[in-house]
Design a binder for this molecule. Structure first.
Ligand SMILES: NC(=O)c1ccc[n+]([C@@H]2O[C@H](COP(=O)([O-])OP(=O)(O)OC[C@H]3O[C@@H](n4cnc5c(N)ncnc54)[C@H](O)[C@@H]3O)[C@@H](O)[C@H]2O)c1
Length: 482
């Protein structure tokens, strides 16, 4: 199964839906070229679409359209492609969409579409009754072709990453896990007890096997992976579905990445950490005694199904762990996302991470901004032997240090740092400062012996690769230690 990373994002829908405008915006936001098939036709024919219709007739136009759509969809570089409203009349185009694209229906109601189209020179928007008839005629083809339905550019960005955020989506797993091949369901025992039956019911006849992994970090071991590899009976066309928190999605994603040299996987995250962070972006890893996340892969899920309703059973301590990532994301995005109700908060955080990771899927540049606060957090966790402190508490402390340094060195408004501190209220950790300092030096963000930090100039403006004098970094670390 083709990963969303290797697929075009094709916008389909009726005229007046805004495919050209939204397509251009999405292309910029996910770092891909944009092809507007109508514009390509005009550039090639040297004439406006309306004129081609008039002088050559609709059948001739459809032929050129099919050719141009095919050229765009066959190109190997993944693009954002806006298709004309009538393009799905071509069987060849529909087939290319199925094989090579994430087709997103940009939804518009017929009244709005008419309002936008009536004053244009669109050849099929001459009379309102005919326009409305055509809308009703074409809608089923759009719905049939679409892998996702979008109302705006945000929805399209999520769809481009294969991310579906919707209350109640657990019940639609069968539809949402792409293809119709067999599925192996992996969950930790606790999550399986709460949501396993619903997931199994939703997957119906596609469910080939179920597997459990231990709760928490104990799942992320070579031994658990080996057991999963021995239990799995999937062929290349099968899909691993991971239902659970970040530990379950990490180990399952990695097991899927290596099994048969890679089978598809879908993530169904059930914790706040996993819904806003771990299950998005394709990084998955297991731990070694030498350190966390040392063995892993980039293996983008074919679908990430986020059902915010599953957070209702999450204990407070796990919520707090996720809150630190939410505040981090809000600071990076420049929006107070932590103040939003769950469903919206999760959607906006998932959206931010999806866009960054689509622009930099292999973590070669910009994706590093997601490490805001994490250099300090990892150092504290390592010094505490991962036992005295949860990852969420460590990130809350790490953010405190990063924001204080941002105030001192990048002129960040101190009120931003105080605000984040108030929300997260981290408690200093009882840990050996020298141990934490040497762990910080070993962090993977260190280059040429110097720590390179992500700091914040202002909400929404992170800066990466910042090198500061050792004494300043150590002082910031010291302020986190009780
Ligand atoms: N791959 C990435 O990009 C990435 C990013 C961030 C974190 N991570 C990884 O994620 C892991 C942490 O994930 P986590 O915090 O979700 O931990 P987790 O998977 O251990 O889940 C925490 C606990 O919550 C329980 N739980 C899960 N869903 C529940 C629900 N809906 N209701 C009640 N209880 C529920 C689990 O059984 C578990 O005991 C770490 O291993 C971290 O390295 C990975």
């Amino acid at each position: 199964m083709v990963s969303p990373l290797d697929k075009h994002v094709a916008l389909v829908g009726f005229m007046g839906a805004g495919k050209s405008t939204v397509g251009e915006e999405v292309a910029a936001r996910i770092g891909r070229p944009f092809v507007d098939v109508d514009r390509e036709i005009e550039a090639n024919a040297g004439d406006a679409v309306a004129e081609i219709f008039r002088s050559w007739g609709e059948p001739a136009f459809r032929e050129i359209e099919e050719e141009m759509a095919s050229e765009a969809l066959r190109s190997s570089e993944p693009k954002v492609v806006a298709l004309g409203g009538g393009a799905l009349g071509s069987e060849a185009t529909r087939r290319l969409l199925r094989e090579r694209a994430t087709a997103v229906l940009l939804d518009v109601d017929v009244d709005t579409a008419w309002e936008r189209a009536e004053s244009s020179d669109r050849p099929l928007a001459r009379d309102e009754a005919g326009f409305r008839r055509l809308y009703d005629e074409r809608l089923p083809a759009y719905e049939e072709a679409a892998n996702a339905v979008a109302r705006d550019a945000d929805d399209v960005v999520l769809a481009a990453g294969g991310v579906h955020v919707h209350v109640g989506s657990l019940e639609l797993l069968d539809e949402l896990v792409p293809g119709d091949g067999p599925v192996a369901l992996i969950a930790d025992a606790h999550v399986a007890g709460m949501y396993g039956a619903d997931a199994q019911l939703a997957l119906g006849g596609r469910l080939a096997s179920t597997h459990t992994v231990p709760r928490g970090e104990e799942a992320k071991t070579v031994a658990v992976c080996e057991r999963l590899w021995q239990e799995l009976r999937l062929e290349r066309g099968g899909t691993v579905v991971a239902l659970g928190g970040g530990t379950t999605t990490d180990v399952s994603g990695f097991a899927a990445a290596a099994y048969l040299r890679g089978v598809a996987w879908a993530a169904v995250p059930t914790t706040l950490v996993a819904q806003v962070d771990a299950a998005i972006g394709g990084k998955c890893a297991i731990d070694l005694p030498q350190g966390k996340n040392l063995v892993g892969a980039f293996h983008w899920p074919v679908r990430t199904v986020i059902d915010p309703a599953l957070l209702e059973t999450l204990p407070d301590s796990e919520r707090r762990a996720g809150l630190a990532e939410v505040v981090k994301t809000g600071l990076l995005a420049g929006e107070r996302l932590w103040e939003l109700p769950d469903a919206e908060l999760v959607r906006r955080c998932a959206l931010y991470k999806t866009a960054v990771c689509l622009r930099d899927p292999e973590d070669l540049g910009e994706r590093a901004v997601l490490n805001l606060g994490h250099t300090f957090a990892h150092a504290l966790e390592a010094a505490a032997g991962y036992e005295e402190i949860t990852h969420g508490e460590a990130v809350a402390l790490g953010l405190r240090a990063a924001l204080r340094l941002s105030v001192e060195h990048l002129g960040l408004d101190p009120a931003v740092a105080e605000d984040a501190d108030r929300v997260l209220a981290p408690r200093p950790l009882r840990v050996d400062l020298d141990r934490a300092w040497s762990a910080l030096g070993r962090d993977k963000k260190t280059e040429g012996g110097r720590v390179r930090l992500v700091l914040l100039e202002a909400p929404g403006t992170p800066v990466r690769g910042i090198e500061l004098p050792d004494e300043d970094v150590r002082r910031a670390l010291q302020s986190l230690v009780a």
